[in-house]
Design a protein around this ligand. Structure first.
Ligand code: SF4
Length: 347
């Protein structure tokens, strides 16, 4: 019989699994706080769970952690880990400390089927969705590391790592349920961001019910340029994506939607691109934020990033047109912090 990891099960699912295997609801109630937030690594340490239950649990369930194959720390203290799961598949996850926050970036798939041209992960073969336990295991990895180092806890979580979260929406939602649960981590919904390349099917409507922040990878101001960079644009056009983002903002009661815009030299960085982008986002008023991202080049990439001056100039055009814009600091350049690079390097 296959032993199932229970790291990523919301309480109602765990309860169901327990009862199915002959455990009681009370057993589930006693075990759950040991998993979240106490981060128990064995059933043995669950001192208020009856001994005979503790002894039977490993026959069915596991609390196993992935293996950390590589852990790199950048000179700016950004850290990146390559975690290996039971079947040998690996994903990357990143820790980005700031003055006030400790943010982690989490992967949702092994590889990515979206195939954005500028993304290293997009060049890797899509393998499979991560289970909710594998997604949760990345978060727990950083929580445990902070605990071990006696350092400040994780404050923010972004689902922006390898893969498209909304193509693995049910497992993503299971993890969100755990994180937002007042009895586990009680994360504020404002501290969690889900990033999408623009999947605007039912999953984005369901996501709005969690009220977490949404980031949309736009990266171009018109369909022609976006389709050349992101093949997903052939399925969901910019107008569909923006309509869905506006509906998300209204339904989720969040303060704004973030639009990610990777500045690529000679591709999407002209004054006209900035003018066009500002027109596109006008209907969001103060509820759009643009994150201009500096490109972390990688081996084999045919794109180049822009200079700081160019980014500032692009930003000024947007700001002058009332679009709230920031240039995102590029972190961890010396550890290949662009998504997917560590995995490629390891290979
Ligand atoms: S940028 Fe995101 S959605 Fe696009 S290929 Fe990379 S991981 Fe996938």
């Amino acid at each position: 019989m296959r032993i199932k990891s229970i790291l990523g099960l919301p309480f109602d699912v765990l309860k169901y699994e327990f009862v199915e295997k002959g455990f009681s609801v009370l057993d589930a109630k006693r075990v759950y706080p040991w998993i979240h937030p106490k981060l128990a690594q064995t059933f043995e340490e669950m001192s208020d769970v009856p001994k005979q239950v503790r002894e039977r649990l490993p026959d069915f369930f596991s609390l196993g952690r992935p293996i950390c194959k590589i852990l790199q720390e950048s000179s700016d203290v950004t850290s990146k880990a390559l975690l290996e799961f039971e079947d040998g598949n690996c994903v990357e996850t990143v820790f980005i400390p700031d003055e006030k926050r400790n943010t982690i970036c989490v992967s949702s798939q092994v590889g990515c089927p979206i195939g954005c041209r500028f993304c290293n992960t997009g060049t890797q073969q899509f393998c499979r969705n991560l289970t909710s336990s594998e997604i949760m295991a990345q978060i727990i990895f950083w929580m445990e590391r902070q605990k071990k180092l006696n350092a400040a806890p994780i404050t923010n979580i972004v689902f922006m790592g390898m893969g498209e979260p909304l193509l693995n929406s049910q497992n993503l939602f299971a993890v969100l349920k755990i994180l937002l649960n007042v009895k586990t981590y009680n994360f504020s919904r404002n501290k969690i961001t889900v990033s999408t390349s623009g999947i605007v099917d039912n999953s984005i409507i369901e996501l709005a019910k969690f009220g977490v922040k949404l980031a949309v990878s736009l990266h171009a101001p018109n369909d022609k340029k976006r389709s050349a960079l992101m093949p997903i644009n052939n399925k969901y056009k910019i107008s569909d994506v923006l309509d869905a983002a506006l509906n998300y903002y209204k339904a989720s009661n969040t303060s704004h939607v973030t639009f990610e815009y990777l500045l690529l030299d000679g591709i999407n960085d002209s004054d006209d691109d900035a003018f066009e982008l500002s027109k596109l986002l006008r209907k969001f008023g103060a509820h759009a934020r643009v994150n201009l991202i500096m490109f972390n080049s990688w081996n084999g990439s045919k794109f180049m990033g822009v200079s700081n001056e160019k980014a500032n100039h692009f930003s000024k055009i947007l700001l002058a047109r009332g679009i709230r814009t920031i240039i995102r600091k590029s972190r961890g350049r010396d550890i290949f912090a662009a998504c997917g690079q560590l995995k490629s390097e390891e290979k």
